[in-house]
Design a protein around this ligand. Sequence first.
Ligand SMILES: *[C@@H]1O[C@H](CO)[C@@H](O)[C@H](O)[C@H]1NC(C)=O
Length: 422
Amino acid sequence: MKSASSHNRLRARVLVPVVVVVAVYLLYSSYFGTTTTDNSNPPYTLYADLNQKEEEAGQKFLESLQLIETQKNPKFVLFRQHEGADFGNQAQEILLHHHLALLSSRFYIYQPLYWKPRNEQLPLSAFLLGATEERAVPASFVEKLCAKGSDDVVHIKIQSSREDLWDTALSALKRKESCVIVDNPIIDTAYLSSPSADAIWPLFQKYLSRWFRWSPQVLDIVERTQTQLNLRRQFSSLQGEPYIAVHLHRKAFLDVCETAAQRNSGLVNWANLPAIQSTMLPPRLDSRNASSVMEHCNPSLLRVMEAIDRQVRRKPYLRTIHIVHDGVSSKDLWKLEHALRNPERAQRAGWTYGPIKSVSHSGMVPHEPEETDFLVGVDVELARRAEVFIGNGYSTLSSYIIALRMGGDLVSTGITEDISLL
Ligand SMILES: *[C@@H]1O[C@H](CO)[C@@H](O)[C@H](O)[C@H]1NC(C)=O
C-alpha cells in the first residue's frame, strides 16, 4: 500500500508538470502554428504527379487544337513575371497575365509557382486552376511552341505610361507571330494602385468570376476548416455560423508601414477602387501625413475593435470572428479575443445580442503537416467567403482578398458595405 501511494505521489509529481508543460505548449503552438513557421513535409509526390498531369493535359490540348479548323494557327504568349514575389502578388500577376492572354486571343503559357518560403518552383495547378485549364499550356512546352530563331517567334518589351499600359499591352499582343514572349514584367503595384487600374477593373472582375478557381488541395482544407470551426460560407444554407473575417499582420509589417509613411504612399492595388476606398474607417487617410499612414497601415487594437463594432452594429447576428494572420503574437490575439468576448464592452459598444461567441484564427486551421504550403490560399479563401471582411488597405493580400470577393462567384459581388478597411 505504502509503496503504491508513494508511487502515485511520484507519478503526480512528475506527471502534473508534464501535463502543464504540454498544455502550455499546445496553447502556444495553436497561436504560433502559422503558415510561416511550419514548413515540414512538403508533398513532393503530389507535386510530381501534378507536374505530370499538367504535361499530359498540355499535350492533349495541343493535339485537340489540330482538329479544330478555326484553331489551325493557334497563337501563344509567355509573360515575364516579377521575381521573388510572395503568393498574393504572384497569384494576382498570373491572373492578370491570363486575362491579357484571353483578351488578345492567345493561349497562355503558364509558369510554375515560385514558392518563396523554400525558394522552389511548384506546379501552378497545386494552387490555382483557372490559369492552367483549357486555353493554357505549361511552360515546359515553350521550346516546342516558340522555337528559337523561328520567324514566328517574337520577343517584345512593353513600355508605356500607366494610363496607356493596358491598351499598349493589348495592341502589342495583336501581331501576326504565333508566339510572343514578353521580356519585361509589365504589371506592378504602382500600376494597380493608380487610377488607371479603375479602367481595367470591370473586365477583370468578369474575368475573375469566369476563371478564378482554387485547386482541390486548397478547397479541401477550406471545407474541413469551415466544418470544424463552424464557419458558414456567405449566402450558403449550410450549417455553421456566419462570420466576420479580420486580416491582421504580424509585427514585421511595421517596416512596410514605416516605408509607406516616409514615402507618403497611398493604399495598394484594388483597395484604391473608389468604392473600396470609401469603406475606410474614419478619419480619412492623408498620405502626406505620416501619422495618418501609420494609423491605417498599422492599426491599433482599438481601431480594429472599432471596425468590428461598426459591422456588428450593422449586422447584430454576426457572433463569430475568424482572424486571418501571418503570425500575430499570441499576446495580441489574446487581447483581441478578450475584448471581443467581454459582455460589458459589447453592451457599451451597442451589440444587440451580446459579445462574440466564437473566435478562431489561422493558427487553428486543421491540416496535416504536408498541407502547409496550401494554408495561405486557405486564409485568402476563408476571408473571401466571410460575410464581412475587415482588411488593411496597405496590404497586398487584403487587396487581393477584396478583388476576389468582388469578382468571384459569390453573390456578394459588389456589396461594399460588407467590407471595411482599417
Ligand atoms: C495627421 O494624422 C493624425 C492621425 O490621423 C492626426 O491626428 C493629425 O491631426 C494629422 N495632422 C495633420 C497636420 O493633419
